[in-house]
Design a protein around this ligand. Structure first.
Ligand SMILES: *Cc1c(COP(=O)(O)O)cnc(C)c1O
Length: 451
């Protein structure tokens, strides 16, 4: 892609692509136009606007099993799964039945209901670090509250996060992805006052030495290190050997708390979460996505003594009008009941690996170098010539090429996350037919973007 001419023809082909997609999806185009009049950018979460991949967003009418259907009648094999929650497939009859049953009893009470302790009990039984649970409504709330609790419990203010890790849109965690060098944070968004992020220190993911340096300098002021134990918001980045262990021992040495943000990985890569695989016990764990089965449910949990510092037992305030509401609890319980079935995660593993391997060989056949990886129901794909270990690598990915691949796959009936910084999600409902469709479409798409 050098020179004006190539750039121009690139732009023209983009335009053509856009025109084609508009005429192919007139319903979506019309709805998007209307949405843009009354919703900011036409969306309620920025990534849905397709800015990173071009073209207008596609409007979805319904979803079932491994498929989603748009308003123009097209069917797609879904590798997003509502960004993770749909681990048992969309509209699973057991989940729908439980939600309907709960809905008939009232949508929300603003008072205690039995399903709260029931779902909390499942989480306590499954997640190594969990003795007590507090439910909230989004992953953002979970990390925000976990950090508040960590600061209260340690009577310290600083936190360490890793560039490229996403923990929701909590002010203190919206810190610009920096270089490998640890720096004081700068806000990543307008409206976040610099003082709010001045206490957020950052390091590159997988760079244990950087964390050691920060801890040597600031350790006695660090309330918590917060980390995605598998980073899923800059693609799919596994922790290097010894990285999480190192964080655990640094926290122990300096009296800081270790927070695993398992909003994505919890019940996604294994029953419980990644902590059950890596055998490292964090002090606090954030959950979301899968535990709500598609309803707005998230949670944070930890040891009893720590969690009891929350109101009403302790001085750390935390609350929610709709927290633990019966519909969300019912959806979560029904979903986790299915996840708990014998062989559930083994089958996800097998499928995700098969897809990852097929993507790699299809790309190689087309002369394109990619990195793939999988763990449980999580799947990574990066257009890069080396493994992605941190945010700098994630930024070096050929995002232009990913955008082309995204559009090629969309036109062939496969729904990928509309950004090269995201992981893909495999669900129990992806049967042989759906997997074969993904693999065939990918082979064609790699060929088409290579030429
Ligand atoms: C999705 C996600 C969040 C934010 O959850 P929301 O429900 O979107 O607020 C936080 N942390 C991680 C690791 C996530 O993947």
């Amino acid at each position: 892609m050098t020179g004006m001419k190539t750039e121009r023809s690139e732009r023209i082909s983009n335009l053509k692509m856009r025109d084609k997609s508009v005429s192919r999806r007139p319903g979506s185009a019309m709805l998007f136009q209307r949405a843009c009049e009354v919703l900011v950018g036409g969306v309620n979460s920025p990534v849905r606007a397709f800015r990173a991949v071009g073209g207008d967003p596609v409007f979805i009418e319904r979803a079932e099993g491994p498929y989603i259907f748009d308003v123009d009648g097209s069917k797609y094999v879904d590798l997003v799964g509502s960004w993770g929650p749909a681990i048992v497939g969309h509209a699973h009859p057991d989940v729908v039945r439980e939600v309907q049953r709960a809905a008939e009893m009232g949508l929300s009470f603003g008072a205690c209901c039995s399903a709260e302790a029931e779902l909390a009990g499942v989480i306590v039984g499954a997640v190594k670090s969990a003795e007590m649970v507090r439910f909230v409504n989004s992953g953002t709330e979970a990390t925000m509250s976990a950090i508040r609790l960590a600061r209260a419990a340690t009577d310290r203010v600083k936190i360490i996060k890793f560039s490229g890790c996403y923990h929701g849109h909590v002010d203190a965690l919206l810190v610009a992805a920096g270089s490998g060098a640890a720096t004081f944070g700068e806000p990543d968004s307008a409206g976040v006052p610099p003082p709010v992020v001045e206490t957020t220190l950052q390091a590159a993911y997988n760079d244990l030495e950087a964390v050691e340096r920060i801890m040597t300098e600031h350790g006695d002021g660090v309330a918590a290190i917060v980390v995605e134990p598998i980073a899923g918001n800059m693609g799919f980045v596994l922790p290097a050997e010894g990285f999480l262990e190192g964080l655990r021992s640094l926290c122990d040495r300096h009296g800081s708390l270790l927070i695993f943000d398992e909003v994505m990985t919890g019940f996604r890569v294994a029953w419980g979460g990644y902590q059950n695989i890596c055998q490292i016990t964090p002090d606090l764990t954030c959950l979301g996505k899968v535990i709500g089965g598609g309803m707005p449910v998230a949670a944070f949990c930890g040891a009893k003594a720590l969690m009891e510092q929350l109101s009403p037992l302790g001085p750390t305030y935390q609350a929610g009008t709709l927290s633990g509401n019966p519909i969300g609890m019912a959806a979560g319980l029904a979903t986790l009941r299915i996840c708990q079935q014998e062989g559930f995660y083994d089958s996800l593993y097998a499928k995700a690996f098969r897809i990852a391997e097929s993507l790699a060989s299809a790309a190689a056949d087309a002369g394109i170098t990619i990195q793939t990886g999988a763990m449980g129901g999580m799947l990574g794909l990066a257009f890069l010539d080396r493994p992605v270990r941190n945010f700098a690598d994630a930024q070096a990915v050929d995002h232009e090429l990913f955008a082309k691949f995204f559009r090629a796959m969309l036109d062939r009936g496969v729904w990928l996350p509309p950004s090269g910084y995201e992981a893909m999600f495999v669900c129990a409902a992806h049967d042989d037919e759906a997997v074969a469709h993904i693999i065939d479409a990918a082979a064609e798409s790699f060929r088409s973007i290579a030429s």
